[in-house]
Design a protein around this ligand. Structure first.
Ligand code: NDP
Ligand code: GDR
Length: 373
């Protein structure tokens, strides 16, 4: 029997990789996309199938995690074997500006899906995956963080995801549902949203290397993160729903780097050596040497990175480091892609986009490049 999966957030980074994985595995994949005034399916356009084809494996439904009747109708229509709830207002800094909306989507959204499963009588058929997050640890209580480390969220996003974590666990215990949380640490890729720090850096420095921009403005360079690759992490999301018993897992690499390290590594991948000078809001990254393609757009002595306090958060998560031992022991999961390989692929992709932009500009076609993030 062909398995049927429903993915919320299919147009996002993880949703697109997960859809690819499930289609490869022979699933019929249903995704929920939001109505937007511009096309928002860039990340899954390569998977698109003409709706007139009868043998179609990918189906998209308009919907929104804030809309109970819409979600219930989709779950009823699709009768999924597995639901992956990846949809979210996923930006931590934005959650301070839109806390109520973030709570509606990120906390009540999963509740709406769990209730849909329960009220439709699908609790014995439909397995539920909740995209939980290392942001739950916030002000960390122990290092490295494991499945039993206490939570202390530091943002409206983290607090909303805390509700989602517990309501998922509660429905598992109260109704015997197969519902579980993946506590995922930061994961990135060339498909990462442009305003998250890694992509902001790779895209920003590639634009500078191509002469499209001059300087990148950043927030807290001291923040420490455990960065993995999204493709490795969606594999684990699927594995978690294939077990005999539902269980929550930490997914991480077990290695930690600072934002400053990520900038230096990205610059190195572009042939630029940086030196960091100054402290706090006065810190700058200055070019020491350049080889390869980045010259002549970048010269020794140029200031490539400055601090803009607007990118600091009202409450920061300073350090995160996960211990993925349980995932390794129980499921044999280990990440395949290293940080350096990931940075290389992000740089290649962003350099390609920057070159396309330059070429268009040279021929009189202008495209807006926003560095805001
Ligand atoms: P993205 O921001 O790339 O994707 C988020 C997805 O959610 C998009 O498809 C977006 O649609 C959709 N979405 C946003 N608001 C709504 C809404 N109101 N109703 C329905 N869909 C909505 O996130 P990622 O792919 O990086 O992350 C996937 C999930 O994993 C998220 O829940 C995130 O919080 C969580 N997570 C992510 C981590 C990471 O490092 N990437 C780590 C831990 C957890 P649209 O395209 O229209 O904006
Ligand atoms: P995060 O990711 O908040 O960890 O949430 P993000 O990449 O936005 O920030 C990581 C760290 O970098 C610092 N930082 C900056 N961040 C951004 N976006 N822009 C900047 O200019 C900048 N300068 C420094 C931040 O302060 C922070 O400390 C991500 C999201 O994917 C969540 O959905 C997910 O749950 C967590 O990862 C795990």
């Amino acid at each position: 029997m062909t398995k049927r999966a429903l993915i919320t957030g299919i147009t996002g980074q993880d949703g697109s990789y997960l859809a690819e994985l499930l289609l490869e595995k022979g699933y019929e994949v249903h995704g929920i996309k939001r109505r937007a005034s511009l096309f928002n399916t860039d990340r899954i356009d390569h998977l698109y199938q003409d709706p007139h084809e009868t043998e179609r494996k990918l189906h998209l439904h308009y919907g929104d995690l804030t809309d109970t009747s819409n979600l219930t109708r989709i779950v009823q229509q699709v009768q999924p074997d597995e639901i992956y709830n990846l949809g979210a207002q996923s930006h931590v800094a934005v959650s301070f500006e839109s806390p109520e909306y973030t709570a509606d989507v990120d906390a009540i959204g999963p509740l709406r899906l769990l209730e849909a499963i329960r009220l439709l009588g699908l609790q014995d058929k439909t397995r539920f995956y909740q995209a939980s997050t290392s942001e739950l640890y916030g002000l960390v209580q122990e290092t490295p963080q494991t499945e039993s480390t206490p939570f202390y969220p530091r943002s409206p996003y983290g607090v909303a995801k805390l509700y989602a974590f517990w309501i998922t666990k509660n429905y598992r215990e109260a109704y015997g549902m197969y519902a579980c949380n993946g506590i995922l640490f930061n994961h990135e890729s060339p498909r990462r949203g442009e305003t998250f720090v890694t992509r902001k850096i790779t895209r920003g420095l590639c634009n500078i290397a191509q002469g499209i921009d001059k300087r990148l403005y950043m927030g807290n360079l001291d923040a420490l993160r455990d960065w993995g690759h999204a493709q490795d992490y969606v594999r684990m999301q699927w594995m978690m729903l294939q077990q005999d018993e539902p269980k929550d897992y930490v997914i991480a690499t077990g290695v930690q780097w600072s934002v400053r390290d990520f900038i230096a590594k990205t610059a190195a991948a572009l042939g630029i050596t940086l030196r960091f000078e100054g402290k706090g809001v006065n810190e700058q990254a200055i070019v020491e040497a350049v080889t390869g393609d980045a010259a002549p757009a970048v010269k020794p002595g140029d200031v490539l990175v400055s601090i803009d306090p607007r990118y600091f958060r009202p409450a920061e998560v300073e350090t995160l480091l996960g211990d993925p031992a349980l995932a390794k022991n129980d499921l044999g999961w280990i990440p395949d892609i290293t940080l350096d390989e990931m940075i290389q692929s992000m740089v290649e992709s962003d350099l390609d986009a920057a070159r396309q932009h330059s070429l268009l500009s040279q021929h009189g076609y202008k495209r807006q490049v926003s560095m805001e993030g």
